[in-house]
Design a protein around this ligand. Sequence first.
Ligand code: ADP
Ligand code: MG
Ligand code: MG
Ligand code: MG
Length: 417
Amino acid sequence: MSSEYEALSPETLGTRLAGVEALRGAIGGNAADWSVSEVGDGNLNLVFIVEGGEGSVIVKQALPYVRLVGDSWPLPLKRAFFEYNALIRQEDRDPGRTPRVLHFDESQALIIMERLQPHIILRQQLMAGRRVTDLGRVIGEFAARTAFRGSDLSMTAPEKKADTALFAGNVELCDITESLVFTDPYFDAPRNRHTSPQLDGLVAELRRDEALKISAQHMKRAFTSRGETLCHGDLHAGSIMVTDGEARVIDPEFAFYGPFGFDIGMLVGNYLMAYHAAGAHIADPAACAGFQDWILEVIADTWAAFVAEFSLLWHTERTGILYPRTLYEDQGHGLASEAALQGLLAEIFVDLSGFAGIEMHRRILGLAHVAELDTIADPDIRAACEARCLKLGQTLVNNRASLSGIGAIIALARRGE
Ligand code: ADP
Ligand code: MG
Ligand code: MG
Ligand code: MG
């Protein structure tokens, strides 16, 4: 392939990628027999399924602009480089949980990867009221393994600092989160939209809530300055692909060094929105109630698995520069190590709550909404679901330091029923 970037199309892909050995090996060597379809339902990139006689793969290519908006909003191709680098680190830290990378071409901003099949996007599964076995445990472990193994608890100092420098280049994608997530929802930003006029009063109330706006910027400060670990950066129900029995994680182009609780907090926010939207998608009240119970179980399981796995790694893989064993276990102070761990987990939980609340706000007030809520056709019903999410988000942000645990978040969600 020539080194000058050019966007692929279903018509050109076979010719242009015919020479890529990894692709030929995965799907069969004769490019003339390949069939190509575009599946990208994402906001940013081109995604193709390429099928040959011996298999199929995904080809994902960045575009030099935001796909959702068009070329008026440029976005660097380099995000494919960050996605590739995040994918290979995640594969190392939680093997098998992400699609295997077969080939990366930096100049074309393209990644050829394993096609997850017959997996569908978790958000579609949630909207259909279908469960996924072990979802909470598997993603909780993913969050814990990537958080722990990408941090100063595990990595060597030179390795961590070099990697922090590498991902510090993901400026524009961080800027999207900094603006769209942490700031835009709390003022009348041009890119915002919300269900109007139904939510107008509540939106005004949120923007008058000074404590909330201070907390949102505290959380943003954690995002910009607390580079504790390599975060996925976009871990929502659209970045998890599932079957009834398996969950995998895709799309880490927003990867950055940030707070331990960022990914898991954003994810919990998404589950809470699915919880409050369920009534609009599942007609049978008993089925709906059962499904909502399951979502809350997933939230509890996710956090429990995070705590269990993070604790296990604390005890077995704490080889980095932080909380060294020389200070605790080696001096017979195992209890101090335990206290340090519990203190850290408590801090992560506070952040989880804050990020979850902000995620709910931005998905209802900002530019990028979630299908669970957006597809509710009746604006009064939609607004009622959204209002419950907005209020829950406000409580999660404002009271994040005084919540007694994941059970408290679950109880708050139920109270909004
Ligand atoms: P974007 O960054 O534009 O959001 P995604 O990586 O989320 O792109 O991919 C968009 C869609 O392409 C996904 O929602 C999914 O349907 C499909 N897709 C992406 N990666 C894979 C994969 N490895 N296997 C199967 N389908 C995939
Ligand atoms: Mg995506
Ligand atoms: Mg190590
Ligand atoms: Mg993406």
